[in-house]
Ligand binder design. Structure first.
Ligand code: ADP
Length: 411
């Protein structure tokens, strides 16, 4: 059977097609992305083993972008990866916010769509885009089983003491205001894979996962279950990120509203898009550039790096306390996978926790998942290349196996 994974955002759609392979494996056949939805210079970039292509699209909406994706997948003149769209038996959809309604992957039906709609106030940009992608894909592939895999689901195991805010209890009961966490699909994959690379039993490990991309999640995973995580009700809490502020005295928001007379929209924009590494450095949010400028002596870039790292170090201490120790640290995401410098800065001075980075392994790490800790390190330090799309396909397939008869597909 072939499985299509779709990650539908507000400005882009990423996709990948997998073929099931015995025993229980999944092989990636092709994938790509449409970037610039709604723009005149949007482009569909497609890669498979035999070919790569770029297709210009003029102001595509979600429907037209998905149509273009299906066209390129079945383009026989150029070595199409599928003979026909009906070969797709399952579609796995990345869904950002499932609130506390969804603790695992689910087949999409009217109730699930209604549940996702109820979560729109929690993710006003992401959930409508996810829903639009689901609607269009269901129209286009009516015989396939459609599965929603939620970014928040992995963190539904947090104990109540970890997910509550110190606010009036009513706000939690009546409005669902609590920590949910995000990047759950990535954290779930990385936790499993890191334990595998380290040769540890996941069910008996205390792991800290650093998912360091433009967005950042630090997660405490004890015995395979997420017990704390840095992002909150929204993806603004926690570590300092590319353009998001991370932890902040809520009084700052009140001050901005009261003393600077900023509107709610202005504050929302500032905290989400003009803060973090970009806000402090004034030089953008591309970590490679910030590191380069810091080396050249740019004070604000250096400061942004120091703040970024300092906050991540504090999370490690906090999560060591929360779990009663750490025996595995894993790095993933664009920064975590590619920056030996940031990994070294985060782990510098962490010997008191039993962490000893092997500097050569750290520098030489490349495309393979690998161990970065020294042979005497009591804590395993592991680099994992996160594969959210593979994890979504796995979850969709596992659900389909538990519910035979819910998939389509000709093969
Ligand atoms: P997203 O959260 O958007 O999925 P990614 O996981 O792709 O983000 O990570 C993007 C970040 O990774 C960018 O800030 C980019 O600068 C950073 N990055 C990529 N390669 C490197 C590198 N070699 N060194 C430092 N940072 C890197």
């Amino acid at each position: 059977m072939k499985i299509l994974v779709i990650n539908c955002g507000s400005s882009s759609i990423k996709y990948r097609v997998f073929q099931t392979a015995e025993p229980g494996g999944l092989q990636s056949l092709a994938g790509g992305a449409v970037n610039g939805l709604g723009r005149p210079d949007a482009v569909l970039e497609h890669q498979s083993r035999e070919r790569e292509s770029r297709t210009a699209l003029n102001r595509p909406d979600h429907r037209r972008a998905l149509e273009a994706i299906m066209n390129v997948l079945t383009d026989h003149a150029h070595g199409g990866d599928l003979w026909d769209a009906s070969e797709i038996g399952l579609v796995g959809h990345r869904a950002v916010h499932g609130g506390d309604r969804f603790a695992g992957a689910v087949f999409v039906d009217g109730d699930v769509i209604a549940g996702m709609q109820k979560c729109i106030p929690l993710a006003p940009v992401h959930n409508p885009a996810n829903l639009e992608g689901i609607r269009q894909a269901m129209n286009m592939l009516p015989r396939a089983g459609h599965v929603a895999v939620f970014d928040t689901a992995f963190h539904q195991t947090l104990p109540q003491r970890a997910y509550m805010y110190g606010l009036p209890y009513d706000l939690y009961e009546k409005h669902g205001i609590r920590k949910y966490g995000f990047h759950g699909t990535s954290c779930g994959y990385v936790a499993v894979r890191a334990a595998e690379v380290a040769g540890r039993e996941l069910s008996r490990s205390k792991s800290v996962i650093f998912h360091l991309g433009n967005g950042v999640t630090v997660a405490a995973v004890k015995n395979g279950r997420s017990v704390d995580t840095s992002l909150g009700l929204t993806p603004l809490e926690g570590a300092m990120m590319g353009t998001r502020c991370g932890d902040l005295d809520p009084g700052v928001v009140l001050y901005l509203l009261r003393e600077l007379n900023l509107s709610r929209e202005q504050v929302e924009r500032m905290l989400n898009h003009d803060s973090g590494i970009l806000g402090v450095s004034g030089r953008g949010n591309d970590m490679r550039r910030i590191i380069g400028l810091a080396h050249q002596g740019d004070h604000r870039c250096k400061l942004a790096l120091e703040m970024y790292v300092y906050r991540l170090k504090k999370y490690m201490g906090a999560y060591a306390a929360a779990m009663g120790g750490i025996d595995l640290v894993a790095f993933a995401g664009g920064v975590g996978e590619n920056s030996p410098l940031i990994r070294k800065m985060i782990l510098d001075g962490m010997g008191f926790l039993g962490i000893d980075l092997d500097l050569a392994r750290n520098e030489e790490a490349g495309a393979e998942d690998c161990i970065l800790g020294s042979d005497v390190s009591r804590v395993d330090v592991v680099l994992v290349h996160t594969k959210e799309e593979l994890m979504i396909a796995r979850e969709a397939l596992a659900l389909a196996k538990r519910n035979p008869g819910r998939t389509g597909g000709d093969e």
